[in-house]
Write a protein that binds this ligand. Structure first.
Ligand code: NAP
Length: 267
């Protein structure tokens, strides 16, 4: 079945209060309608979800619509800078229409990580899961890989990034940029203590798709960390054990195949 129903996800209040911005949304609606697509008001009716903003908005669009497997997500930047997830620009819709009408389309599937906290609740992340000390005191984590003890971490926290998330927070703490097509997760430290008493690997490491990472909170009086899933805080406060692994989900996104986004994002 051809994908025809398109839902636009954007910061509603911003676009409502800014005349130039809201006229761009009108143009967007007219353009897609002219090419045979139907803008829908309810994301559940859509088979294309277009996020207008930047990478941060794309992350929200995916999260708020439930990491759907049956839709194509499209990122449209509303300024002149292209993001990792945003291949199109609001002032140049030709590329997007071309891509949506299959003329120059390439569908990419981006891996998503699954995080389970205390075996009670689980959630997905497209960029990364972060755990950080919420107080002026280090966090102590016992790190296990596939159930085997790997190290005792003491420091500010850890970031577990997907390949597409590798260019975000992970990159700011000297993590490697990973090919988005490689199914893996990257574990990175935030200010680990390395002394005679405490020792960690001290560098980021990458785990393959079948590995399971387990973080156990040491009872150090600091077991109310701040946790984040992409750009949203995890509401659970007290935590004992966190399991992270690559999920069997993927986010499908449509990209122009006339240029390679991976190269532009390394700049
Ligand atoms: P933000 O703090 O307002 O902005 C973070 C910046 O990261 C934005 O410029 C955003 O791009 C960019 N970004 C997001 N995902 C990216 C990706 N996969 N590759 C390259 N750049 C990316 O927060 P936000 O816009 O809601 O984005 C949330 C993300 O910010 C988190 O998932 C985390 O990765 C990142 N973050 C980074 C740091 C840091 O580097 N020190 C600290 C906290 C969080 P746009 O401008 O296009 O939205």
């Amino acid at each position: 079945m051809p994908r025809k129903n398109i839902y636009f996800f954007y910061k509603y209040t911003f676009y409502q209060n800014d005349k130039t911005a809201s006229s761009k949304i009108d143009v967007l609606h007219e353009t897609v309608e002219r090419h045979g697509f139907t803008p829908v008001e309810n994301a559940k009716e859509a088979n294309i979800i277009a996020a207008i903003g930047g990478d941060g908005t794309f992350l929200q669009a995916v999260r708020k619509t439930g990491f759907r497997q049956d839709v194509l997500y499209i990122g449209i930047d509303d300024d002149r800078f292209r993001g990792l997830y945003c291949d199109f620009q609001i002032d140049d819709l030709h590329g997007m229409i071309d891509a949506m009408t299959m003329e120059q389309m390439e569908v990419r599937k981006y891996p998503v990580i699954k995080v389970e906290i205390d075996k009670e609740g689980s959630f997905f992340c497209l960029n990364e899961f972060t755990i950080r000390s919420a107080i002026i005191k280090t966090l102590v984590l016992e790190v296990f890989i596939d159930g085997f003890h790997f190290e005792t971490f003491r420091g500010d926290g850890m970031i577990i990034a997907t390949p597409t998330g590798s260019t975000a927070y992970n990159k700011s703490v000297r993590g490697a940029v990973v090919d988005p097509l490689l199914p893996c997760l990257q574990v990175n430290e935030l200010a680990s203590i390395n002394s005679n008493r405490y020792r960690t690997l001290g560098s980021p490491f990458i785990l393959g798709k079948d590995r399971k990472l387990t973080l156990k909170m040491a009872q150090s009086g600091n077991d109310y960390p701040t946790m984040g899933m992409d750009n949203e805080a995890v509401s659970i406060q007290h935590v004992k054990e966190i399991e992270v692994q690559l999920s069997d989900r993927h986010i499908k996104t449509v990209k122009l195949n006339i240029h390679d986004r991976r190269v532009t994002n390394l700049a």
